[in-house]
Write a protein that binds this ligand. Structure first.
Ligand code: BEZ
Ligand code: FE2
Length: 405
């Protein structure tokens, strides 16, 4: 048994002083240090340093580990030149992304307090690293393929990867399905994958309405994607529409990534069907996709997470860097309220979306924690979320299932 005694604990949406947490693999009790010591006289007591704040471990729901080798290769600024650069450099980037590099990337995430992450897996090359990493991994096997000539082969490959991740489920892997996007997945295989998700109770994620170009292609069969599809697939029509794609997920609450270009009607539909959104502010900025109007998500009660996306469209997977960007990007929101919502968007909200027994400091939850230290004493308890986001680069300690990592 360990008793962790920080200065402040984020619990039930507020910051509390003079309480500590006792845990083994799971949280056993939350009470004053004196009472916990009485109850568990043999527990090891760890005092947090001055101005320490304890949070539930952080959850980053969307990233691409396989693209961790990108630093200065891919073209930023606009979506289509970026996608072209991905296609031109994909083989080389994935080839040089060896286990050592992916292990380092996971370690870096751990230092920013990430105890669970969602890995979008295009090729399955990161499975071994994800099995070994101390973090829990929602392993999203990605399905891609819009061209009928290739869909069967691509679907078979997807199934093999999915089954391999299911075989790894005893090693902290939570098998799941990712649909690449509406423009790149044929409805025939989309249906097959969603049937599997329903039958086997697997979580689903999908990139959706990331760029203006995607919207133009799906809506008007025009824009920059027309040249792209002519060049690579000899196609001049999309395989689906926005409405048809969205409707396919009616019975499968899905974690849609980006959704920057959705209109009000589509957002209302997403809310009605109990979907959620992964919001990647730095990726959206770097690929010229625009700003997700989170004020609309808040008004519609659409749960959203803050996620980093991969190093293919970001400069770090440090979740504090992402929270700082979100704080600045959504400048019209109340600073204190937004800060708390951002903390919830990497703890309790993703835990609820993915049915994880974590994301909250509460008896019975997994003992996943991120302990941070503020540079000096906060003047008021209510500003701690904001001060945490502004000042934290790395955590002091991180625990997963009660083990310090
Ligand atoms: C496709 O298979 O349709 C596709 C693959 C990659 C990017 C865009 C489309
Ligand atoms: Fe992504």
């Amino acid at each position: 048994m360990i008793i962790l005694n920080p200065n402040y604990i984020y619990i039930n949406n507020s910051f509390k002083e003079n309480i500590a947490v006792a845990f083994n693999k799971r949280i056993e009790a939350i009470d004053s240090l004196e009472r916990l010591k009485e109850k568990y006289p043999n527990a090891k007591v760890i005092d947090g340093e001055e101005n320490s704040v304890l949070y539930a471990g952080f959850i980053n729901t969307h990233l691409h580990l396989e693209f961790s080798a990108n630093k200065t290769t891919l073209q930023y600024g606009k979506f289509m030149p970026w996608l072209d650069s991905v296609i031109a450099n994909r083989d080389e980037l994935v080839n040089i992304c060896d286990n050592a590099l992916m292990e380092k990337t996971c370690k870096d995430m751990l230092r920013s307090g990430i105890t669970t992450f969602g890995a979008i897996s295009s090729f399955g090359t990161e499975l071994e690293v994800c099995e070994k990493t101390p973090q829990k991994v929602i392993f999203f096997n990605e399905l891609i393929g819009s061209n009928m000539a290739f869909v069967d082969a691509l679907y078979s490959d997807f199934l093999i990867r999915l089954r391999a991740s299911q075989d790894a489920s005893s090693n902290g892997i939570i098998p799941a399905i990712a649909i690449h996007s509406p423009y790149s997945v044929h409805p025939i295989v989309l249906k097959r994958a969603l049937d599997i998700a329903k039958d086997e109770n697997l979580k689903v994620s999908a990139h959706f309405l990331e760029s203006q170009a995607e919207r133009e292609w799906l809506e008007d069969e025009s824009g920059e994607f027309l040249d792209f599809f002519k060049k690579y697939f000899n196609a001049s029509k999309p395989v689906t529409t926005i409405d048809e794609f969205l409707k396919s997920f009616d019975n499968t609450p899905t974690h849609f990534t980006h959704v920057v270009q959705a209109n009000n009607k589509e957002l209302e539909y997403i809310a009605k069907k109990n979907h959620s959104i992964a919001h990647c502010p730095r990726s959206n900025r770097l690929l010229g996709c625009g700003r997700l109007p989170i004020e609309k998500l808040i008004a519609l009660d659409i749960p959203f997470t803050i996620a980093t996306d991969g190093l293919s469209s970001n400069s770090s997977l440090n979740i504090f860097d992402e929270l700082r960007s979100a704080l600045m990007m959504h400048h019209a929101e109340d600073l204190g309220e937004l800060s708390k919502l951002l903390i919830n968007s990497i703890t309790s909200i993703p835990a609820k979306i993915f049915n994880l027994n974590s994301g909250e400091i509460k008896e019975g939850k997994d003992a996943d924690f991120a302990l941070i230290k503020l540079p000096s004493k906060p003047t008021t308890l209510k500003d701690i979320a904001l001060q945490t986001i502004l000042h934290t680069k790395e955590v002091e300690r991180v625990y997963i299932n009660g083990e310090e990592c």
